[in-house]
Design a binder for this molecule. Sequence first.
Ligand SMILES: [Zn+2]
Length: 199
Amino acid sequence: MDPIERLTSLFQKFPGIGPRQAGRFVQFLLRSSPVIRRELIDAVQSLGGSVHQCAECMRFHTGKEKVCGICSNPKRDHASLAVVASDSDLAALERSGTYRGQYFVLGGTISLASEKTNGLRIKQLLASLPDRVKAGLNEVILAFPANPEGDATAVRIREEVYRGDASIHITALGRGLSTGSELEYADPETIKNALEGRR
Ligand SMILES: [Zn+2]
């Protein structure tokens, strides 16, 4: 395959990227200096070696340990567990600086078209709850994007957690977040308000 077509089709596999945007990325790289292209190659290559998935929250981290810096931090509160769709939503909650509890990255939201939960770590989440309860967990915070997929995911996780252990208090982020807004783009103040307004 022609190198331009090959790279275009690789970029098209990225979430939310269509053929036009993929083509623009390739044009950008063609116009860029060899230094930038080399940097990109190095960055992609080093993902394989130095990045690991945390055994507890499931996010990707660059530490050598099995468990990431957040999950292994003794100062973090074990009473609350925020369930988020993605690593970038977790990062957005961290940036807000107000949440001091634990996390679990579900790996996406339920697709409304197929209602499929493939690839979502619902079983792993449920399996982790008994040990978390022993460690002091009493609240699960559903922190999904304010869109129909996020809402459907919240309904499902609420049911599953309740069925697993009805004593756990289940809350959701207050909707200071405007409908359709992605957590990852929300500013820290909005996230702080959404956390404080959870119910
Ligand atoms: Zn972790």
